[in-house]
Design a protein around this ligand. Structure first.
Ligand code: MG
Length: 398
């Protein structure tokens, strides 16, 4: 059995109050249309997808080049005209057609499965939810007055997907084209004399129509993101990210000594392509590392003349901007400066203040400690200065 999906996205629905038709409005990382089409492209039972778009609207690039055919066709005046256009584009040998409304971006694979299975047995099936509210019928008179109360246990609220054997959908479309109107394909199939089975829908399979629905949809996506975990079980949206950085430079005569952007009076300075500020470099690497954005050498290579004599506090500011762009803020930074001479302590507070400015945090979030190497090794002999740093980042939107 081969199965095609028709995603109906031909409407101009603007009740959301957005400038675009609602199917092109984003919730989270994808539009309603992309989410709805993805649900069928990724479903193993579906062999091809036809997307009915408003005339002139192109298929979003993310939906082309997929593992199974995705065809776009222009829609018509009414929904049923759009579905007829979609049906005409379905491969003729397809046995069963599933119709879905692009405004229902959260359809789950199990609902699609149930609908297909029931239609395969019975010719037509739709996802629906039993009514939980009591349903009143009223005439058209104003003020609205109840004419009768419907027995709730007999009331179902239709969703999509709606699935049909090819000949059933052909009948429904034929009757629609003969002047009968229907708000969904199932109602046309009923009027053509076909039995339509009800299968259990899903409460999360909401239809996004109003601004309140859109807010609900965005809350569902935010909730999904919070729950999402990587293969290793780590929350995808882990609130905290840690990074480490290290740098060392040789002390030479004839250079100024800059640490954390602060000029330190000393007889020697740090050698380097830039200003040699090892403290800024180690912190820059820690901050970039926490966001998994590479290292200082990648963003500010010492082969690039732009960075000759560069002010390293400016490089740190640029790294912080990169990290902000990736959705993170700096939470705190701690660094150890290993230097036999000069003593760091008298300058530590000025350095912390300058670093805090660059990191866009309060000075209370920046720690800089001086340490000697007890005379051991290169740093112990005063040949250079080494720095270790750690940075903690947090998600900007948490
Ligand atoms: Mg360096």
């Amino acid at each position: 059995m081969t199965v095609a999906a028709i995603v109906a996205a031909g409407g101009q629905g603007r009740r959301l109050g957005e400038s675009r038709p609602k199917q092109f409005v984003k919730i989270g990382d994808r539009t309603l249309l992309e989410r709805s089409v993805d649900a069928f492209v990724t479903h193993p039972a579906i062999d091809e997808v036809v997307v009915v778009l408003p005339p002139g609207a192109p298929l979003p690039p993310s939906l082309s080049g997929r593992a199974k055919p995705v065809t776009a066709v222009p829609g018509g005046e009414r929904r049923q005209d759009s579905v007829a256009a979609g049906f005409a584009a379905v491969t003729p040998s397809v046995d069963l057609i599933v119709i879905h409304d692009a405004a229902r971006p959260f359809v789950d694979p199990a609902t699609i499965d149930r609908t297909i299975e029931a239609a395969r047995e019975s010719g037509a099936a739709i996802a629906a939810l039993p009514a939980s509210d009591t349903v009143k019928e009223a005439g058209r008179q104003k003020p609205a007055t109840v004419s009768r109360t419907l027995p709730r246990d007999e009331i179902w609220l239709a969703q999509t997907p709606q699935a049909f054997a090819r000949h059933v959908l052909a009948d429904a479309i034929r009757i629609g084209q003969s002047g009968v109107a229907g708000t969904d394909e199932a109602s046309l199939a009923e009027q053509a004399g076909h039995a339509v089975r009800l299968v259990e829908g899903d409460a999360r399979n909401i239809k996004v129509t109003t601004a309140a629905d859109l807010a609900h949809a965005r809350a569902i996506v935010a909730d999904e993101r919070k729950r999402a975990v990587t293969a290793g079980g780590t929350p995808v949206d882990a609130q905290w990210r840690i990074g480490t950085g290290y740098d060392s430079h040789r002390l030479v005569e004839g250079r100024r000594l800059l640490l954390g952007g602060v000029l330190i009076p000393y007889s020697m300075g740090l050698k380097g392509h830039s200003d040699g500020d090892a403290l800024c470099h180690a912190i820059t690497d820690a901050v970039l590392g926490a966001a998994a954005l590479g290292d200082i050498g990648r963003h500010f290579p010492d082969t690039d003349e732009r960075w000759r004599g560069a002010n390293s506090i400016v490089l740190l500011e640029q790294a912080v901007a990169l990290v902000h762009g990736a959705g993170f803020l700096v939470a705190n930074v701690d660094a150890v400066v290993i230097a036999e001479r000069p003593a760091l302590a008298p300058h530590a507070d000025r350095i912390r203040e300058r670093l805090a400015q660059a990191l866009r945090v309060n000075v209370s979030e920046v720690s800089v400690k001086g340490k000697t190497n007890e005379g051991m090794g290169e740093t112990g002999r005063g040949e250079g200065i080494a720095v270790h740093a750690v940075a903690l980042l947090r998600r900007a939107d948490v």
